[in-house]
Write a protein that binds this ligand. Structure first.
Ligand code: ATP
Length: 764
C-alpha cells in the first residue's frame, strides 16, 4: 500500500512518513467505521500497511457495496477484479499472495483491506466505448516507450481498457506477434508517418483562431452573468464576497507558506553538480592568453610532431583549447626523476622482508605510503581533455626514457675509459649480479576508462602518437583473450602505458600486485563514473597498489557533488584544473522540445522520433553526406523497441546491446563523414544512419561528426543531460538536439535546462 501511495505521486515528491501515517490512521479509522456499520468485515487491530492512504479515497467508499466473498466481488472490469481478489485469471494469482486459496472455490471471508482500498482507487471505468478506443495506445511500442518508473506509474493511472474484442493490455501485446497483425501494424506506422510528414506544421497564424476563441469565451462569461437580472446580481454579489474571503485567506496563508519556487527549482532538485567559482574562471582565461599555440608549452619536438601529424590528422592552424592551455603546462614535467631501477626479484624480496617495496608491509601499515600529487581536470564535453592529459604524460615518459639512456651511456663511457686507463680485460671488472628482470609487466602509467569502447578510442590515440614518440602502449579489455593480454603485458619489452577498464586492471593487479610498483602515473578518465558506487570498489584498490605513484590525474566533464566530497575527503590537496565553461552546454547546440502529447503524435514517442528522423533526412544540412543521428533512451529494453520501430519504418537504425559488436557500430559514428548513397527509392536508408543507445555511448565517445541528437527520454539528471547533448557540437562544431516530452516527463525541468542553455549558463 505504501508503494501504491508512492506511485501515485511524481517520483521526486516525497511524503514525510509521519504525515502519511497520521492521514492514514484517520483514513483507517473512517474505513473501519464504515465497514463496521455494514457488519460485514472484521478489521485486525493494527494493520500498519494500510496506513498511508488518502482520506478522500476513504470518504468515497461505496456504501453497501462491500462484499468479502471473492466470487461476488468479480466485476466486468478486469482491473477491479484483480484488485478485489476475484476468482480465476490475474485476480486469482494476486490473491494467492495473501495465503488464501481462491482458485475458484469458496474461501472464508478474511481481511482484504489492501484490496478494498485498491478497489476504491480503481473504480470501474465509466468511459464510453468510443472513448476507450480513443484512449487505446496506437501501437504496441507505446507500451514500452516509458522508463521503468513511469511504467508502474502508468499501470496505476490508466486502467486496462477493454477495446471491445477483449483486447486488453496483455493480449494486445501477444497479438502483435501474429504475422498478419505485425504487417498491418508496420503498414499503419508508415502511413502515420507519411500523413504527418505531408501535414504542414501549425504556424502562428493557424493558432490564432484558437486564441481568439479562448479570449472570446473569457470575455463572454461575465456578460451572460450580468444579463440575468436580480437573481444573477445576487449571485454576483455572493461570488464577490467569496472571492474577497478567498483573497483574505490567501493573504493570511502567504505568511506561513513556503516562498515561491525559484526559477531553477526543478533543476536544483534533480541535479547535483558542483559549483565553479569565478576565481577558477579567471585562471582559465589567463592560461588561455598565455599559451596560445602548442609550441609555447615547451614539449619535446617529437611530441609536437606526433600531435600535428598523427593525433590531429593533419588539421591545419590548430591551437590549444582552454583546457589544454590550463592542463598541459601544469602536468608537464620537464626534468622528471629517472625511472625506478629494476626492482629486486620476488625471491630476493622474500629473503629480505624489510625490503622498502614489500606490499605486505605496506598493507599491514608498517610502511608509510609515498606521497603523490593529485589533479582534477574538468572541462566541458568535446573540449579535448584526452589530449590534455595524454600529451604531457607521453612527453614526461619520453624525457625520462631519454634521461635514463643518457645516464646509461655516461656510465658505459665511464667504464670504457676506466678499461682503457687500466689496460685491463673487461672480465677484471666485477660483473653485476644476474637477477630476474623485474621490470617486465610493470608499466609506468595506467589509464583507466569505464568501457571497452573507450579503451579502444583512447588506445588508438596513444598508438597514433607512439608511432613518432616511440613509446609502447597497450590496450587491455575483455574483448581480448587471456593469451593476448598475457603476451601484451609480460612480453620481454614492457609497455610504458596501458589503458584498460578498472574491472580488468583490478583483476590482473590483484593477482600480481607488484605489477604497479613502477607505475608513476595513474589517470582516471570519466572520474565521476569511476568513483561512483559501482566502480569505486575497483578503482580505489588499483590506486592503493601503486606504491610509487607520483601523479594521480582525475578527469571528467562533470563534477557531481559526490565526486567533490570524495576528493575533499581522500585527496584534500588535489589541484583543480577547471575551465570557465564547465557544466554549461555550448550555445552552439540548439535544443528543441517536442511535445508528443500533441494531436499529431497522440503520445506515440516512436512515431515522433521517426518523424524527426524524416525531417532530418529532408532538410538541407550536410549536403551529400549521410546524416548521423544518436537517439538516447533511459532503459536498455527501450533500445530494442525503438530500433525495431525505426527499421520497420524504413530507416537505417542500429543499437548497441550485449550481442552486437559495439566497437564496429561506434566506429561508423565516430569516423569521418561518409557520402550519402540515397536515391529516390531508398532515401531514408542511404541518407541517414541512426544509433539508438543508452548512456553506454554518452560518455567520452568522440562522435565528432554527429550533428543530431534525439533525447527519446528526458534524462534523469543534469549530468546525463550534459553528457548526452555532448555527443554533438564537439570541438566548436554546431549541433542540434530534440527532447521528447510526454505526460510523464518533468516538463518544468526541461524548460529550465533549455533556458539555462540559451543563457549560456552552467546547469546545476
Ligand atoms: N586543439 C585541438 N584542436 C582541434 N581539435 C582538437 C584539439 N584537441 C582535441 N581535438 C579533437 O577534439 C575531439 C574531442 O576531443 P576529446 O575526445 O578529447 O574531448 P573530451 O573533452 O574528452 O570529450 P568528452 O568529455 O565527451 O569525453 C577529438 O576528435 C580530438 O581529436
Amino acid at each position: 500500500m505504501s508503494s501504491l501511495i508512492q506511485r501515485s505521486r511524481p517520483s521526486n515528491f516525497l511524503v514525510p512518513q509521519t504525515a502519511a501515517n497520521s492521514v492514514c490512521i484517520s483514513c483507517l479509522a473512517r474505513l473501519r467505521q464504515q465497514l463496521h456499520s455494514q457488519s460485514q468485515l472484521q478489521l485486525p487491530g493494527n494493520h500498519a500497511t494500510a496506513a498511508p492512504f488518502h482520506s478522500s479515497a476513504v470518504a468515497s467508499l461505496p456504501q453497501g457495496k462491500w462484499n468479502p466473498s471473492p466470487s461476488s466481488s468479480s466485476r466486468s472490469n478486469s482491473h477491479s477484479r484483480s484488485a478485489a481478489g476475484g476468482s480465476g485469471g490475474r485476480g486469482g494469482g494476486r490473491s494467492g499472495g495473501y495465503g488464501g486459496n481462491t482458485s475458484g472455490g469458496r474461501s472464508k471471508p478474511q481481511f482484504q483491506g489492501h484490496r478494498a482500498l485498491k478497489s476504491i482507487v480503481h473504480k470501474p471505468s465509466r468511459m464510453t466505448l468510443s472513448e476507450k478506443v480513443a484512449r487505446t495506445p496506437r501501437s504496441p511500442s507505446t507500451f514500452v516507450q516509458r522508463d521503468k518508473r513511469s511504467k508502474s506509474f502508468d499501470r496505476r493511472q490508466e486502467p486496462t481498457v477493454d477495446t471491445g474484442g477483449g483486447m486488453n493490455r496483455r493480449n494486445f501485446k501477444l497479438r502483435s506477434d501474429d504475422k498478419s497483425q505485425y504487417s498491418r501494424e508496420t503498414e499503419r506506422r508508415k502511413r502515420d508517418l507519411r500523413e504527418i510528414t505531408s501535414r504542414p506544421s501549425p504556424s502562428r497564424f493557424q493558432q490564432r483562431p484558437a486564441l481568439e476563441l479562448r479570449s472570446e469565451r473569457r470575455s463572454s462569461t461575465p456578460k451572460l452573468a450580468t444579463n440575468d437580472g436580480t437573481a444573477a446580481g445576487g449571485e454576483k454579489a455572493e461570488r464577490r464576497l467569496a472571492a474577497a474571503k478567498l483573497d483574505a485567506a490567501t493573504a493570511e496563508d502567504k505568511k506561513y507558506t513556503r516562498p515561491p519556487i525559484r526559477r531553477f527549482g526543478q533543476m536544483k532538485h534533480i541535479a547535483s553538480l558542483d559549483h565553479v567559482s569565478s576565481r577558477t574562471r579567471e585562471i582559465t582565461h589567463a592560461a588561455e592568453e598565455q599559451f596560445n599555440s602548442f609550441e609555447t608549452f615547451d614539449l619535446l619536438p617529437q611530441t609536437v610532431e606526433a600531435l600535428y601529424k598523427d593525433a590531429l590528422d593533419g588539421m591545419e592552424g590548430v591551437t590549444p583549447t582552454p583546457v589544454q592551455s590550463l592542463v598541459i603546462p601544469t602536468l608537464l614535467d620537464k626534468s622528471p626523476a629517472p625511472p625506478l631501477k629494476a626492482l629486486p626479484s620476488e625471491q630476493s624480496r622474500h629473503r629480505n622482508p624489510k625490503d622498502p617495496l614489500d606490499p605486505e608491509q605496506f598493507y599491514r601499515g608498517e610502511q608509510p605510503r609515498k606521497s603523490f600529487k593529485t589533479y582534477l581536470i574538468a572541462a566541458e564535453t568535446g573540449s579535448g581533455k584526452t589530449l590534455s592529459y595524454v600529451l604531457p604524460l607521453m612527453d614526461t615518459l619520453k624525457r625520462r626514457e631519454l634521461l635514463q639512456k643518457s645516464v646509461a651511456n655516461a656510465e658505459e663511457s665511464k667504464h670504457s675509459e676506466i678499461l682503457e686507463q687500466k689496460g685491463r680485460w673487461m672480465f677484471d671488472i666485477p660483473a653485476p649480479p644476474v637477477t630476474q628482470d623485474t621490470t617486465v609487466g610493470k608499466p609506468f602509467a595506467v589509464i583507466l576508462v569505464p568501457t571497452s569502447e573507450l579503451v579502444f578510442q583512447v588506445g588508438a590515440l596513444l598508438k597514433k602518437l607512439s608511432f613518432i614518440i616511440k613509446l609502447r602502449t597497450e590496450m587491455i579489455s575483455k574483448d581480448f583473450s587471456g593469451n593476448v593480454i598475457r603476451s601484451r603485458l609480460f612480453k620481454s619489452s614492457t609497455p610504458d602505458i596501458i589503458v584498460g577498464t578498472p574491472f580488468m586492471i583490478d583483476r590482473i593487479t590483484e593477482a600480481n600486485p607488484s605489477m604497479l610498483h613502477r607505475t608513476s602515473h595513474i589517470i582516471v578518465d570519466e572520474a565521476d563514473s569511476l568513483f561512483d558506487r559501482s566502480f569505486s570498489t575497483l578503482t580505489a584498490p588499483i590506486i592503493s597498489r601503486a606504491l610509487n605513484l607520483e601523479k594521480l590525474i582525475l578527469c571528467s566533464a562533470t563534477i557531481p557533488k559526490s565526486l567533490d566530497a570524495y576528493i575533499a575527503k581522500n585527496y584534500p590537496d588535489c589541484k583543480r584544473l577547471v575551465t570557465a565553461n564547465l557544466h554549461a552546454v555550448p550555445r552552439r547546440i540548439q535544443l528543441q522540445v517536442v511535445d508528443v502529447m500533441k494531436d499529431r503524435y497522440k503520445g506515440n514517442k516512436s512515431l515522433a522520433c521517426a518523424h524527426l528522423c524524416q525531417q532530418i533526412v529532408n532538410d538541407s544540412t550536410e549536403p551529400g553526406f549521410a546524416k548521423r543521428v544518436v537517439v538516447f533512451v533511459n532503459e536498455r529494453e527501450t533500445t530494442e523497441e525503438v530500433t525495431k520501430y525505426l527499421q520497420e519504418t524504413g530507416f537505417n537504425a542500429v543499437s548497441i546491446n550485449r550481442d552486437s559488436d559495439s566497437r564496429k557500430i561506434l566506429e561508423s559514428f565516430t569516423g569521418e563523414k561518409e557520402a550519402s548513397t540515397a536515391d529516390w527509392d531508398g532515401i531514408r536508408k542511404g541518407g541517414i544512419k541512426i544509433l539508438v543507445t543508452t548512456d553506454l555511448a554518452s560518455r567520452g565517445v568522440d562522435t565528432k561528426n554527429v550533428k543530431n541528437v534525439i533525447l527519446y527520454d528526458v534524462p534523469y539528471t543534469s549530468i546525463d543531460f550534459i553528457h548526452r547533448l555532448g555527443r554533438t557540437g564537439r570541438m566548436g562544431r554546431r549541433g542540434r538536439a530534440w527532447v521528447l516530452v510526454d505526460k510523464d516527463s518533468n516538463q518544468e525541468y526541461v524548460k529550465e535546462v533549455r533556458k539555462t542553455m540559451f543563457l549560456g549558463q552552467a546547469l546545476i
